[in-house]
Design a protein around this ligand. Sequence first.
Ligand SMILES: [Zn+2]
Length: 139
Amino acid sequence: MTVVSVSMPEELLDSVDRFAEDHGYTGRSEVVRDAARNLLNEFEDSKLEGRSLMGTVTVLFDFEESDVEHEMMQLRHEHEEMVTSHVHNHVGDHYCMELFIVEGGLEEIATFVGKIRATQDTLSLDYSVTPVDHIDGTA
Ligand SMILES: [Zn+2]
């Protein structure tokens, strides 16, 4: 294995260490390896390739970051054929939440999520995808 150095905020590192302890990991390296594998698997899932998917994408940002809101609008229009619904909601005192409902293929959705991830000043990004070409209730 190769040893790398990764910069991360103190609180994140504390959480990683606590997680390692609580979940029986041998240390922070094992947590980071596991997290990286999970992340890489997410969009490479062969069960999702070539299938019709629906998904939700949730983005949180500070409402004073009006650039983010503008960016979200741009992306929504750029991916108009895939974004079937879009909600802009206000959360707490000064947060905006964008919720996108998307329908499309894995690659298109991954591209959309990637563009959101590349947007500066967002606070969080969450997404999930589910195949809709064959729904039998057994997930
Ligand atoms: Zn807003």
